[in-house]
Design a protein around this ligand. Structure first.
Ligand code: APR
Ligand code: ZN
Length: 256
């Protein structure tokens, strides 16, 4: 592992336009469960309940999702962890082109990556959107209504049902965000994947776009992924510890 930490640090030192691509695995060290590890979200909830079709057609599904959102609302207190801070440090070093994340927890922004450098492919759970007039509301305001007994909140303007402003299965990703994320992946010199199984598309196409356009690819993940053998360096282990050591190495070489 030591030499791989050194190799990733060297790649970062040699690169000027880095894209960091993150998944739920980087937020587990902030206390937010990921989806596919043992005990992850999909071992406790049925992903079938998270399709846009079911949300729009079934009152019961909407009530379940809002009940879960009240629970998830606690995520708002979640704090960034060393991986989020390592990514923010790449920004301060002038090396981060952007973060492309599948996460909805706002932790990259909380760690100091500017909003315009975070491309959230699956939305952001801080917001709720009206399925009718597309107006957006801050999550805490809507959760308060749910806690006060409004099992399925409706839009105060047009009475349509409200939904968390995150991408449900079967729902299109935000087009502009996706287009720009692809453009950035295709114009970076180093693409670092951290904490993702790379099994959900179209997000999981990003590393391939980067590689095809000539970027070098690095993966930091607890478990193997299908792209491991296509990487310049892959490090299996906990991202927080690994990225802390990688950035120590980058700083050390930077001072020599
Ligand atoms: N350090 C490094 N890797 C970790 C850590 C950690 N501390 N904790 C977990 N991981 C790894 C797991 O081994 C797993 O390979 O992170 C990966 C998380 O994978 P998933 O749970 O599948 O999360 P993700 O890849 O983000 O899922 C993509 O699926 O359900 C949808 O919309 C949801 O955005 C999500 C998408
Ligand atoms: Zn409305």
């Amino acid at each position: 592992m030591i030499e791989d930490v050194g190799r990733l640090a060297q790649l970062i030192i040699e690169s000027k336009k880095i894209v960091v691509f993150t998944g739920a695995g980087i937020s587990t060290e902030s206390g937010i469960p990921d989806f596919r590890s043992p005990g992850g979200v999909w071992s406790r909830y049925d992903p079938e309940d998270f399709t846009i079709q079911k949300f729009l057609s079934s009152q019961e599904t909407r009530e379940n999702i809002w009940k879960m959102s009240v629970e998830a609302g606690l995520l708002i207190e979640a704090k960034p962890n060393p991986t989020h801070y390592a990514t923010a440090e790449l920004h301060r070093l002038g090396k981060l082109d952007c973060v492309v994340t599948q996460n909805i927890d706002n932790l990259h922004q909380k760690a100091g990556v500017p909003e315009d450098k975070v491309f959230e492919l699956h939305g952001n759970m801080q917001w709720v959107v009206c399925t009718g007039c597309r107006k957006r509301f801050p999550l805490p305001e809507v959760l308060q209504k749910v806690k006060e007994g409004m099992a399925v909140p409706h839009c105060p303007d047009c009475q349509s049902i409200l939904k968390p402003d995150v991408v449900f299965f079967g729902e299109a990703l935000p087009q502009e965000t996706l287009t720009e994320a692809i453009r950035r992946a295709q114009s970076c010199d180093l693409f670092i994947v951290i904490g993702s199984t790379l099994v959900v598309y179209p997000a999981a196409y990003m590393p391939a776009y980067a590689r095809k356009a000539g970027a070098r690819l690095a993966i930091v993940n607890l478990t193997p992924t299908s792209l491991d053998h296509h990487t310049t360096v892959v490090i299996h282990g906990k991202a927080g510890e690994i990225m802390t050591r990688v950035m120590e190495k980058v700083r050390q070489v930077g001072q020599e």
